[in-house]
Design a protein around this ligand. Structure first.
Ligand code: GDP
Ligand code: IMO
Ligand code: MG
Length: 425
């Protein structure tokens, strides 16, 4: 097995949870390295739908270690809740590890997230309001508090007091006090202390023993802080490259990057979305694809597959193979459109524009491809897919210059076609 990263190639919710869960059995360590509980990764375990927000999709394998990496921001109360929920479905979380240098989300970060959105008004980002942006802001401003700081009460308290000074303006009459937060976090710290590790040391030692890593990305390339549709992005690195600082691992050991893409496009939150469909097709994708946010329950915006954008993701995300999810949702749509080019003022725009103001006025140009009517949810081999579904996959591969290795035809773990087994063995 190669150390493999699974990253979102669109605006998140591509099915990273499903694909990571599917692949996790082959690896020794499954690690998140970025984001926080803005993520919502759905897996079906023992016939039950489980939503993971911090915890990697390998948690159900008791013999595999699941790490929350240093690049993450962690909401301890929500993490403890998530662990309790997992215990109810048979995952005891004894195989969880938490990087001591991951940053903590505090209640004032959540308040600030909400207030900042109100201030943005018509330029609201549509964040998950989990306090992600403010927590990463404190990290970059060097006034954040990390998991390992909880075990040094005196310095934790004095740093917390200074950190809270910066967020006084959002606290108002929220009732938040230094003492109450300090006491709550000390208590929660005790509950997670046994899981806390030096993630880099752990990963290096494991690699010396030949153990293999699955890096479970969060969000997607187009939500990346540098290469996404800024400012309508999240606050972290969403490509596999983030796993090096976000886990303290050697970047040269990231050996295969799987980019997950839906067979169409969705986006939650605001920001440009050239192929968004406000008509029947958008409504059909929303209904058939059950496109409602895993974390916030918001309806996702839906539209055709944007190949110009996907090609950009493959480049920026250094994607070696694609996993195409939700192909089953396109059944019955004929023709199926894919965007292959943008036009601006009558001129072709051959590459996905990085600057949002350049992207916003672009109009998508489509190619029409033949659809299929057959139910494909029970198909397990590429050869058994209808010819037009195979052509659809081939068109994506040719356009992006990247092979499709996995095709997902339903939410269940086994509703998966491995088209290129060599990539995952
Ligand atoms: P993630 O954030 O990338 O892990 O994706 P989410 O879990 O937020 O959203 C993906 C949704 O699509 C979840 O409800 C999955 O159960 C579902 N899903 C994943 N793959 C497929 C598929 O191939 N077909 C269908 N119909 N649903 C899928
Ligand atoms: P997973 O890992 C989809 C979006 C939000 C908003 C923007 C900024 O499940 O794919 P934030 O709360 O991060 O400051 O919000 O990013 N967003 C996601 N959209 N899937 C996610 O995660 C997302 N995480 C953040 O909707 O537009
Ligand atoms: Mg999600």
């Amino acid at each position: 097995m190669k150390n493999t990263a699974v990253i979102g190639a669109q605006w998140g919710d591509e099915g990273k949870g499903k694909v990571s869960h599917f692949l996790s059995g082959k690896f020794d360590i499954i690690a998140r390295f970025s984001g926080g509980n803005n993520a919502g990764h759905t897996v079906i375990f023992d016939g039950r739908k489980v939503k993971l927000h911090h915890i990697p999709s390998g948690i159900f394998h008791k013999d595999k270690i699941n790490i929350l990496g240093s690049g993450m921001v962690i909401n301890l109360a929500m993490l403890l809740e998530e662990m309790e929920e997992l215990k109810k479905v048979g995952a005891d979380c004894e195989n969880l590890r938490i990087a001591e240098n991951a940053h903590l989300i505090f209640p004032f970060h959540r308040l600030a997230d909400g207030r900042q959105e109100e201030i943005r008004k018509d330029e609201m980002l549509g964040t998950t309001r989990r306090g992600i942006g403010p927590a990463y802001t404190d990290k970059a401003a060097r006034c954040g508090i990390r998991v390992g700081d909880l075990f040094f009460p005196a310095s934790f308290k004095s740093r917390l007091a200074k950190q809270m000074e910066g967020w006084k303006w959002v606290m108002g009459d929220s009732g938040l006090s230094l003492d109450s937060i300090y006491q709550d976090y000390l208590k929660m710290g005790k509950r997670i202390e046994k899981y806390v590790i030096d993630a880099s040391l752990f990963v290096h030692e494991a690699q010396k023993e030949g153990k293999k890593l699955l890096l479970e990305g969060a969000q997607g390339v187009l939500l990346d802080i540098d290469w996404g549709t800024y400012p309508y992005v999240t606050s972290s690195c969403c490509t596999a490259a983030g796993a090096a600082p976000g886990l303290g691992m050697d970047p040269r050991r990231i050996e295969h990057v799987v980019g997950i893409t839906k067979a169409y496009t969705t986006r939650i939150g605001t920001g440009p979305f050239p192929t968004e469909d406000h008509g029947d097709v958008g409504r059909q994708l929303l209904a058939v694809g059950a496109e409602y946010g895993t974390t916030t329950g918001r309806a996702r915006r839906c539209g055709w597959l944007d190949l110009l954008m996907l090609k950009f993701s493959c480049r920026v995300g250094a994607i070696d193979s694609l996993a195409l999810t939700k192909l089953d949702v396109l059944t019955g749509i004929d023709p199926i459109k894919v965007c292959t080019e943008y036009v601006l003022n009558g001129k072709s725009v051959p590459d996905f524009p990085v600057i949002e103001s350049r992207l916003e006025p672009c109009e998508p140009l489509y190619r029409e491809l033949k659809g299929w009517d057959e139910d494909i949810t029970g198909i397990r081999s590429f050869a058994d897919l209808p010819a037009s579904a195979r052509s659809y996959v081939k068109f994506i591969e040719d356009f992006c210059g990247v092979p499709v290795g996995i095709i997902s035809v339903g939410p269940d773990r086994d509703q998966t076609i491995i088209k290129e087994p060599a990539f995952y063995s």
